[in-house]
Design a protein around this ligand. Structure first.
Ligand SMILES: *[C@@H]1O[C@H](CO)[C@@H](O)[C@H](O)[C@H]1NC(C)=O
Ligand SMILES: *[C@@H]1O[C@H](CO)[C@@H](O)[C@H](O)[C@H]1NC(C)=O
Ligand SMILES: *[C@@H]1O[C@H](CO)[C@@H](O)[C@H](O)[C@H]1NC(C)=O
Ligand SMILES: *[C@@H]1O[C@H](CO)[C@@H](O)[C@H](O)[C@H]1NC(C)=O
Ligand SMILES: *[C@@H]1O[C@H](CO)[C@@H](O)[C@H](O)[C@H]1NC(C)=O
Length: 409
């Protein structure tokens, strides 16, 4: 039987059938690729997403290296991770859901689940990931090195968790080591979207906020002087999750870059954001559709929302923790009584997502015979069945003065 991994490439309608599925031998010989594109966005032409590890908002806010950087940009004062531990947050940033993941295992999301790579493909927007310490392009193992202090870990690599990405050699070749970042910078071949994961030392996982803050400062300071890097660019510095699981999962986050409107520099933004807001904002910026998952109802970056006319929700976070996962196919914990089906996304043409461009065609086609598993049009993830994140109220005032109210229930 032919599986998706056997069909590795399509050239002008000609299907090339490989003799073997991707073997380790192939992985090791995979050359990094650096596609480029220049698709104009409403607010930015390049987005750089950098994640540090496991610190509460209030703890990170006291770090002088980070606060000095934040003063040069816009502090996102109300940005939330979506659960614990690490991996589901990275997963969410690429797939619009955590699929019930409550662990850091070698999780694989089936090929019928779309990601931001599919969104970018609709307009040929080049993307890449730069993973510090990853030993080879497209490396898929759990960690490297196998023993001793962790340098690279798969659980911090968003797109490698998805079969729709790793089954495709071209996509895999865009998941690269950090050295490629400096090559691409030097050759002016950086993509328009990139995700940067520092190693386990530099991101604070195995060190602390002082170490991670100082790494960030060193990494960003030079880049902020680099015209090629900064022009029309938005850099988001954030954390995968908070450090204390029983505290709120609000994480210290700021935007810097040439694309940030001048009047917002040195300011703070109280809009409620989650990791899903990034996907929604990428869609709104470049006119891309939605994955039909939690990106659909997520708030947009405020200055982008102003441009599109979308009105963000005000979320009453007084009861919110966002520190737990709803049950799903990747749950290994307490949720065994639930049927682990792969959650179905929104597919209807009538759905208005925050980005305003409907649902991705391949999502509509693949999932057309299913009913959406969750109310993905809400501004934050919740599950009525398990009671996860329920009882959170939100409201907004539309341009015509109408007030809308909602509640996760
Ligand atoms: C956890 O909470 C304590 C007490 O509020 C705080 O001192 C500590 O920095 C927090 N840890 C992290 C990693 O954020
Ligand atoms: C992480 O990267 C730094 C260089 O940026 C290096 O000095 C350090 O050894 C790396 N950590 C590990 C555990 O390999
Ligand atoms: C989430 O936070 C609440 C409130 O502190 C706490 O009762 C609960 O145990 C936390 N959940 C996890 C998984 O830590
Ligand atoms: C998606 O893939 C999963 C895992 O293979 C399968 O259980 C599910 O039925 C598929 N759903 C659709 C709509 O293709
Ligand atoms: C889903 O969320 C939207 C947006 O918040 C809300 O208007 C709607 O009532 C919710 N639907 C259900 C079934 O809860």
């Amino acid at each position: 039987m032919l599986t998706r991994s056997f069909l590795v490439a399509l050239f002008g309608g000609l299907t090339v059938v490989a003799a073997h599925p991707l073997a380790e031998r192939d992985q090791a010989s995979l050359k990094p690729s650096s596609p480029v594109s220049n698709v104009k966005g409403l607010s930015f032409n390049r987005f750089v997403d950098i994640w540090l590890e496991n610190v509460d908002f209030t703890t990170a806010a006291m770090d002088p290296s980070l606060s000095k950087l934040a003063e040069k940009g816009l502090l996102l004062n109300n940005y939330w991770a979506i659960t614990h531990p690490s991996e589901p947050n990275y997963c969410a940033s690429a797939g619009g859901d955590d699929f019930g993941m409550d662990n850091d295992e070698v999780n694989k999301v089936p090929a019928n689940v779309s990601t931001i790579a599919d969104l970018f493909d609709t307009k040929k927007i080049a993307w890449g990931e730069y993973m510090e310490g990853m030993p080879s392009t497209g490396f898929q193992e759990e960690k490297y090195p196998e023993t001793g202090a962790d340098n690279y870990v798969r659980k911090h690599n968003p797109l490698v968790l998805f079969n729709s990405v790793v089954d495709d050699k071209k996509r895999l070749s865009q998941i690269k080591n950090f050295d490629s970042f400096y090559d691409d910078l030097h050759n002016q071949k950086l993509p328009q979207y990139m995700f940067i994961t520092p190693n386990m030392t530099n991101d604070g996982h195995d060190t602390d906020i002082t170490f991670a803050g100082s790494w960030t400062n060193k990494f960003l300071s030079d880049l902020m002087e680099n015209e090629y890097f900064m022009k029309d660019t938005l850099v988001l510095l954030t954390f995968d999750e908070s450090g204390n699981y029983t505290n709120v999962n609000r994480v210290y986050s700021f935007l810097v870059g040439g694309a940030l409107p001048d009047h917002l520099k040195g300011k703070k933004d109280d809009t409620f954001y989650t990791h899903y807001s990034v996907i929604a904002s990428l869609s709104a910026n470049w006119g891309l559709p939605s994955l039909g998952r939690w990106d659909c109802g997520a708030n947009l970056l405020s200055f982008l929302a102003e441009k599109t006319g979308y009105v963000n929700w005000d979320v009453d976070t007084s009861n919110a923790y966002l520190n737990e996962t709803h049950p799903g196919p990747l749950s290994v914990g307490e949720y065994s009584e639930y049927t682990p089906i792969w959650p179905a996304p929104l597919t209807s043409d009538d759905i208005k997502c925050s980005a305003g461009n409907g649902i991705l065609d391949i999502v509509k086609e693949t999932w057309k015979d299913t009913k959406p598993t969750y109310n993905y049009t809400a501004p934050l993830p919740y599950d009525s069945k398990s009671g996860n994140n329920v009882g959170i109220k939100y409201s907004r005032t539309l341009a015509n003065g109408d007030v809308e109210h909602g509640e996760t229930q």
